[in-house]
Unconditional design. Structure first.
Lengths: 285, 696
């Protein structure tokens, strides 16, 4: 079997999950740390409606930048996110089928489910599940959500988050992610290397602490104001902006160990307000 | 006789093997063993409760399957008869022996015939009674209710729900099998019904499971361990298997297969702790060593045969190298400068809100450790080493490596100190000052490490409690209890005779007014937590109250507390010990009941009665010797001398003399005498009045 390119992996996953009833939504256009932040997961996990969706989400973790020097770490990478609400009894088997659909031979290689109770303190979200290891490479985070925005969920969603680069590394047998073939001989490095180097420098050395500190305050204020006026989606987009500002400040080393939890708590309380507004709005619809 | 044999044979015939299998999505590895233990015990307890006979019960499994197997289970509950007594005979029957309405009513209520009423002679006369047989139900019927109850009783540190049944378990239950011999018992756990298995007995089903993998956790563990050791032997490497990783691995695989891989030699320059963390923690692979030095090889335990080992090996090695590359980068960055160059950066690192930064903390540690060194007469050269270690002990916190691997704090400090040319004793003290990290962790071995560890702990305890952070129930996020525990363990381990109260005072003083809570209150709090932890840490005594009695006395010297507990435990059944306890008890009782508030010193001129003079003579002639024995920590002899000096005299005195005399002066003088006698022992050894039922 021909080795799939990065682009083909996404196509295959879209096809696979689309055939299982998922809406394929598009990435959120705001900087986020993970696919969970997308409204298609954050809001849709709440409430009593069934929901199935899948999407690619470019994700940013400023602290993880390595100036394109590390073969495994990036400050900007791609997650493939699947959300199945409520979860179904054979979801683990379906997930393994999706790996097979990518051409991974599960007899020759070992898939391991290693306990990892995922938690996003900024979103007040938590669940039980695993890191999925393929021959000791973490390729997926698999979580049964129990809470989002601190709210106990009515229907338990299953969140499957593939690390697209990791899976491609395995499929293409290339151990440096910049060597991955995106498509037609163009590599991941061709597209992203310069971006990685510049953003690593920016996040660690250049980002203005003063500006981001002020922006955090502005975003928080704006988010609160918008929740007060009932504009849930705009409010939420400012929560995400505040969260990203916090991440940049963190990468700049501008946040002490002691301030950290306070910043996180501030974002979490904003996220909670948005979630409550979402549930209220639904009641009044 | 013949009847009994027949019955026994019949019972034997109706015993069959039973099996419960719970298939579950991969449980956290640390959950499996405790869950199996609980499953087994729950079966034993509940089958006994339900009067269902059984043979051996065992529980085994993997992260994906919990199995309980019961040999020779009776198919029926054992019968039980019970006597229920009713009204007196003369009320239930008239003179002619005919039942009265009361008699008829009792029979009716119990659902028996009048003729089944029996008469029994009781202490109060003759009474009516019946023998009620409790029906035995078939085991399968009882099991139907029992199994869900047993499964719920397993209990996990963390549980979840996954569907609308509301069922909670550590991970979703996939399927269940319940077989009593060949019969399927129909039950449901949440939404999951028991699978129907046709024509297979419990025994045959188990055999089938055992063929597919090594089901028994202990067998599997031994197998993995032996496989690793045999490879180590073959390659001429040290035979060593990491216990924790072995236990974890044991529940990551069902059919273990070993794989040996290697990585680039250049990574061996990374400190051992870093390599070990990358390998065993992040990738769950075993490190290998020769003559106690790591080699560039690893062992991975994988699951199932028929894998593409060559490719997997490459994959494992590549992932390992990607991680090690990160570590090597951090390491090379960190050693560009001496460790002491990092120390000033601690000014930017917050210790605790309201408690300043980490640089201020190490300044306090320098002060505290030199205070301790002085108190226990450490020589000048060592004192300088300790001071140096205190200055450097937190510097690794601002290195890149510890930023990436926080669990390496201390270990990296030691490594970098050595690289910077510090003395070995200084480097070791830096590492050891974090010990113990938990209850079962190792303790500092060097005096330098111990003193620094004590300083760090008392500084944490006083700082946290002093800024109002206290454990709430079992929630102790900042580790006040853990720190206190460590403090006690170190002092005892190194037999350091250090006055706790002066250490606390010094620690409070070194915070220079930063603490919110008053000195007096804070001292009391620290002492209370110390006593609480001492009660937990000191060995159990018989009676159990003996430990509390010791803790009621002076606890300023931790080592002394352990010595007293040990010494008194050994003699707690001796007659002289009981006599001493009685003396404490009687004097304590009289003092508790005393109305006078101001008990002062004994005034000999007020001693009136011969018997009280005799008691006082006993005190004056013996107290110095007893005090001396206590001071020399000869607790057995002290207890003996105390019991013998006062027991008989006091007995005669209490018989004839009224302590609570009408006359105030007289009464207070007698109470003063009682207090002197009581405190002679209870102040510094143990308040034995706390023991239950002291009988000499």
């Amino acid at each position: 079997m021909k080795k799939l390119t990065f682009q083909e992996v996404i196509e295959k996953l879209n096809k696979f999950w689309s055939a299982r009833g998922c809406i394929i939504v598009e990435p959120l256009d705001t900087e986020v740390g993970a696919g969970t932040f997308h409204p298609a997961t954050f809001f849709k996990s709440l409430g009593k409606e069934k929901w199935r969706a899948a999407y690619v989400q470019p994700s940013r973790r400023p602290c993880d930048g390595r100036y394109a020097d590390n073969p495994l770490r990036l400050q900007h990478y791609y997650q493939y996110q699947v959300i199945i609400k409520p979860t179904v009894p054979d979801i683990k088997k379906i997930y393994l089928d999706s790996l097979k659909a990518l051409g991974i031979d599960l007899k020759a290689h070992e898939v391991r489910f290693v306990e990892d109770d995922w938690e996003s303190p900024t979103l007040g979200a938590s669940g039980l599940g695993w890191e999925v290891w393929l021959d000791s490479l973490e390729i997926t985070q698999f979580t049964y959500f129990q809470q989002v925005a601190g709210i106990e969920l009515d229907l338990v969603p299953c969140e499957i988050t593939y690390g697209l680069e990791r899976i491609c590394m395995f499929i293409q047998e290339r151990f440096n992610l910049f060597d991955l073939e995106w498509h037609n001989g163009v590599t991941y490095g061709d597209i992203h290397k310069q971006h990685e180097i510049e953003y690593s420098k920016y996040n660690f050395e250049e980002a203005s602490i003063e500006m981001y500190s002020k922006m955090f305050e502005y975003f928080e204020k704006e988010a609160n104001r918008l929740v007060d006026s009932g504009l849930m989606y705009p409010a939420y987009s400012f929560v995400l902006k505040a969260s990203h500002a916090f991440n940049v400040l963190d990468a700049r080393g501008a946040i002490s160990q002691n301030e950290r939890p306070r910043y996180i708590a501030r974002v979490r309380s904003l996220a909670k307000r948005c979630a409550e507004l979402y549930l209220n709005n639904k009641l009044t619809l | 006789m013949l009847e009994c044999q027949l019955e026994c044979q019949l019972t034997r015939m109706i015993m069959k093997d039973f099996l419960l299998e719970i298939n579950v999505e991969e449980l956290p590895t640390s959950y499996v063993r405790p869950a199996l233990d609980k499953l087994k015990n729950a079966f034993i307890e509940r089958l006994n409760r339900e009067r269902i006979g059984h043979g051996d019960i065992s529980a085994f499994g993997t992260a994906g399957a919990l199995i309980c197997y019961v040999k020779d289970m009776s198919l029926k509950q054992e019968e039980l008869s019970q006597e229920i007594s009713g009204p007196p005979k003369k009320i239930a029957f008239d003179e002619n022996g005919n039942p009265t309405p009361q008699g008829i009513g009792f029979a009716k209520n119990q659902g028996v015939d009048i003729k089944d009423l029996k008469i029994k002679q009781m202490p109060k006369g003759e009474y009516v009674f019946i023998v009620k047989k409790i029906k035995s139900r078939p085991a399968k019927e009882v099991l139907r209710n029992l199994i869900p109850e047993i499964v719920k009783s397993i209990g996990f540190p963390k549980t979840m729900k996954w569907d609308d049944s509301g069922m909670r378990f550590a991970r979703p239950i996939e399927s269940i099998v319940v077989l009593l011999d060949k019969e399927n018992i129909k039950i449901k756990l949440g939404n999951v019904p028991a699978k129907v298995i046709k024509g297979t007995s419990a025994g045959a089903y188990l055999k089938k499971l055992e063929k597919a993998c090594i089901l028994d956790q202990d067998k599997r563990k031994t197998e993995i361990c032996n496989m690793i050791k045999s490879i180590q032997k073959k390659l001429g490497l040290d035979e060593y298997v990491d216990k924790n990783l072995l236990e974890e691995t044991n529940f990551l695989v069902k059919s273990p297969v070993l794989m040996i891989g290697d990585f680039d030699k250049k990574y061996l320059m990374i400190p051992r702790d870093v390599l070990a963390a990358s390998m065993s923690k992040h990738q769950r692979i075993f490190t290998l060593s020769k003559n106690n030095k790591l080699v560039n090889k690893f062992i991975a335990v994988i699951d199932g045969k028929g894998r593409n080992i060559a490719k997997m090996k490459k994959q494992y090695a590549n992932i390992l190298e990607a991680r090690l590359k990160d570590s090597l980068f951090f390491y090379n960055e960190d050693i560009k400068k001496p460790l002491s160059a990092q120390t000033l950066k601690l000014k930017d690192l917050i210790f605790q809100k309201d408690l300043g930064n980490m640089f201020e903390k190490i300044q306090r540690l320098e002060e505290l450790s030199s205070f301790i060194s002085e108190r226990i007469n450490i020589d000048a050269a060592k004192r300088e080493d300790i001071r140096k270690a205190a200055y450097l002990c937190k510097s690794d916190l601002v290195t890149q490596m510890v930023g990436e691997f926080p669990s390496l704090q201390g270990a990296m400090g030691m490594e970098y100190a050595l690289k910077s040319g510090e003395k070995k004793s200084v480097a070791i003290a830096i590492k050891e000052h974090y010990l113990p990290k938990g209850l079962d962790d190792s303790l500092p071995e060097t005096i330098e490490g111990a003193i620094l560890a004590i300083s760090d702990r008392i500084d944490n305890i006083v700082g946290l409690l002093g800024s109002g952070i206290e454990p709430k129930g079992s929630f102790d996020p900042f580790g006040v209890r853990r720190n206190t525990q460590g403090l006690i363990q170190i002092l005892n381990h190194k037999s350091l005779r250090l006055e706790l109260s002066s250490l606390i005072k010094k620690a409070i003083e070194s915070y220079k007014g930063k603490l919110k809570i008053s000195q007096e209150e804070l001292e009391k709090k620290v002492i209370n937590y110390t006593k609480e932890r001492l009660e937990f840490l000191a060995p159990d005594t018989r009676p159990i109250e003996l430990k509390q009695a010791v803790l009621k006395s002076d606890c300023n010297d931790i080592v002394g507390v352990f010595k007293r507990v040990e010494a008194l435990s050994e003699i707690s059944a001796e007659k002289y010990f009981l006599k001493a306890a009685k003396v404490c008890e009687r004097t304590s009782n009289i003092l508790k009941g005393a109305k006078s508030a101001n008990i002062g010193a004994v005034n000999e001129s007020l001693l009136k009665e011969d018997l009280e003079k005799e008691v006082w003579r006993a005190y004056t002639t013996n107290s110095a010797a007893i005090k001396n024995l206590i001071k020399e920590e000869r607790y057995k002899e002290a207890t003996k001398a105390y019991g013998e000096a006062f027991f008989e005299t006091l007995h005669r005195f209490f018989d004839k003399v009224l302590v609570n005399a009408e006359d105030n002066a007289l009464r207070e003088n007698r109470l003063a005498m009682m207090q002197a006698i009581n405190e002679l022992y209870t102040n510094d050894v143990a308040d034995l009045a706390m023991l239950p039922q002291i009988v000499v």
